[in-house]
Design a protein around this ligand. Structure first.
Ligand SMILES: *Cc1c(COP(=O)(O)O)cnc(C)c1O
Length: 373
């Protein structure tokens, strides 16, 4: 068998007829920038997530930067985030002159909410959890901490469109949230894309202006410094076409992870994250990634590779605090990051996408079992 970690060409084949239609329609109209499809997509995302405002932007890093800027994050402000996140979470803070302050993760690989309070100083402005691997943090507890200290919560929900905690969508808990539409995300376009979510009229207004050269969408007049980071209308049309199947997509991904968990849970050398069907009814995970922990990880990955199975380690194998080239721009104490340290010696991800078949999952599990025997 040959099971690459991801099959990018499958993304088009899966939705070919719908996507061809959507693209031809936009091309025939000549509707490229800020047209009806973008508005329709933003409204579809508002209805789906429950956010009052959704603003489409160029990618999931610009959405982080604009959301933070609109919320007043700036020079010298400290922003608390998990060390186990993509560089973009920290980049967004860094580009605004703010300082990422790194905290440890828990057994579900997300920010350990119980470690946040100890990281708060007089300079802390925001807590920015990453809704990692399609799962949402314990946001009620985080909100309590934020309220107690007068901080705002901003969500990097890049990996979590439709993920819920206590029946509320990722990206709608904080003052604002950011989601990526990168091709490999659960809802991905055919290029770059991202959205900002917020219930706050002023923040929404500022993001609407900033993404389009600082122009007010009502008057078309410049009212602030902006940049050009609009979500392409063509991408919005593709996203709308794919979004019709999103419920089905989330369910299939949960089924894949459940199938992996059913077979891998009996292997002592493997540690699994919470399965989507667990008794814990508080979380609804959309299963963006299946990140597991394994003893003798590197040899296991090599063995899987020899058997045609592609795997990857998130962020190229380094948590934020392990990026030595940037460590002077972030604040952390490695002694407080021991769970993350352990995780990055053991974690890697198995293929989880809409092209993976049940037979392939069973084959992968068989090989993992065989490796430890
Ligand atoms: C994908 C991702 C982003 C943003 O990625 P873009 O490629 O800029 O859309 C940000 N944070 C996390 C955690 C991500 O996984």
């Amino acid at each position: 068998m040959n099971i690459p970690y991801f099959r990018y060409n499958f993304l088009y084949n899966e939705f070919k007829a719908d996507v061809d239609n959507a693209i031809q329609n936009v091309l025939n109209k000549g509707a490229f920038i800020m047209q009806q499809e973008l508005k329709d997509f933003e409204h579809a995302m508002e209805n789906f997530t429950g956010a009052k405002h959704v603003i489409g932007v160029g990618n999931g890093t610009d959405s982080l930067i604009l959301m933070m800027k609109a919320c007043g994050i700036g020079k010298g402000d400290e922003v608390i985030m998990a060390s186990h996140t993509f560089i973009a979470t920290a980049t967004a803070a860094g580009w605004l002159g703010a300082i990422p302050v790194l905290v440890d993760c828990g057994d579900d690989h997300l920010m350990d909410v119980s470690k946040v309070e100890a990281a708060i100083t007089s300079k802390t402005k925001a807590i920015m959890p990453t809704q990692l691997n399609g799962r949402t943090c314990e946001m009620d507890k985080l909100q309590e901490i934020a309220d107690k200290h007068g901080l705002i919560i901003l969500e990097d929900a890049a990996q979590a469109l439709g993920s819920k905690y206590l029946n509320r969508c990722a990206g709608t808990w904080g003052k604002a949230g950011s989601i990526s539409l990168y091709p490999a995300k659960v809802l991905g376009c055919f290029g770059d894309g991202g959205i900002v979510l917020t219930d706050d009229d002023q923040i929404a207004h500022d993001v609407f202006c900033m993404r389009d050269h600082g122009r007010d969408p009502e008057t078309n007049q410049v009212c602030m410094w902006g940049i050009n980071t609009r979500l392409d209308n063509l991408q919005a049309a593709v996203l709308l076409a794919k979004f019709k199947y999103y419920e089905k997509t989330m369910l299939r991904r949960r089924e894949i992870v459940q199938r992996y968990c059913d077979q891998l849970s009996k292997i002592a050398e493997i540690t699994l994250p919470p399965a989507p069907n667990d008794k814990d009814t508080r979380h609804y995970d959309i299963c963006q990634n299946f990140e597991i922990e394994a003893e003798n990880r590197d040899a296991l990955r090599e063995y899987l590779k020899e058997n045609g199975i592609g795997t990857i380690i998130q962020w190229g194998g380094r948590a934020l605090h392990q990026i030595t080239e940037l460590k002077d721009s972030m604040r952390f104490d490695v002694n407080d990051l021991q769970r993350t340290e352990l995780l990055f010696k053991r974690c890697f991800m198995l293929p989880l996408n809409m092209s993976v078949t049940n037979d392939e999952i069973d084959y992968i599990c068989e090989k993992i079992e065989k490796f430890y025997k």
